[in-house]
Design a protein around this ligand. Structure first.
Ligand SMILES: [Zn+2]
Length: 139
C-alpha cells in the first residue's frame, strides 16, 4: 500500500524583491495588498519583501546575491554582509514564528525571453500540481 504523504499547507508566503532590481514581486505584493486579495482566504497568506535595501536602491543586491545566501555555512555563520544577515533573519522568521506547513512563492523577473517559468525546489506532488495549475491558467 502506497504511503499517503499528502501535505496540508496552512500558510502561503509570497516573496518579492529577492533581487532588488526585479520589480514584479514587490509590485505584485503591493497590488495584492491594495485590493485585499489576502483577506478571507482558506489559507493564511503573507508577503515578504526579501531584500528591501536592494529594492530601494534598485540594485540586484547590496553585498551578495540573497538567493545564494541560504547555505548552512552562511546561516550558521556571523558574516556581516547585508544579504547574509537578511538570509539569517528570513530563515529565523520561518523557523521560529510558526510550525505551520508553509508554501513559499518567490517571484522573480528576467530580461531573457523565457515566458513564465516555474522552478520548484523539489518534485513533491504539491509543487508539480501547482506548476501544472499555473501553466494551465497562463497558457
Ligand atoms: Zn531574481
Amino acid at each position: 500500500m502506497k504511503d499517503d504523504k499528502r501535505q496540508i499547507i496552512e500558510k502561503v508566503t509570497i516573496i518579492g524583491g529577492t533581487h532588488g532590481n526585479e520589480y514584479i514581486g514587490p509590485y505584485f505584493i503591493g497590488k495584492a495588498e491594495q485590493v485585499g486579495v489576502y483577506q478571507d482566504n482558506a489559507l493564511e497568506v503573507a508577503t515578504l519583501l526579501a531584500n528591501p535595501q536592494a529594492f530601494v536602491q534598485a540594485r540586484r543586491f547590496i553585498d551578495q546575491d540573497l538567493n545564494r545566501s541560504f547555505s548552512p555555512r552562511i546561516l550558521s555563520g556571523t558574516q556581516d554582509s547585508y544579504e547574509y544577515q537578511r538570509a539569517r533573519e528570513i530563515a529565523r522568521h520561518f523557523s521560529q514564528n510558526d510550525t505551520a506547513q508553509h508554501f513559499l512563492v518567490d517571484l522573480h523577473s528576467t530580461t531573457a525571453n523565457m515566458g513564465i517559468t516555474l522552478i520548484a525546489s523539489n518534485n513533491e506532488p504539491l509543487n508539480l500540481h501547482t506548476g501544472a495549475y499555473v501553466q494551465k491558467k497562463t497558457s
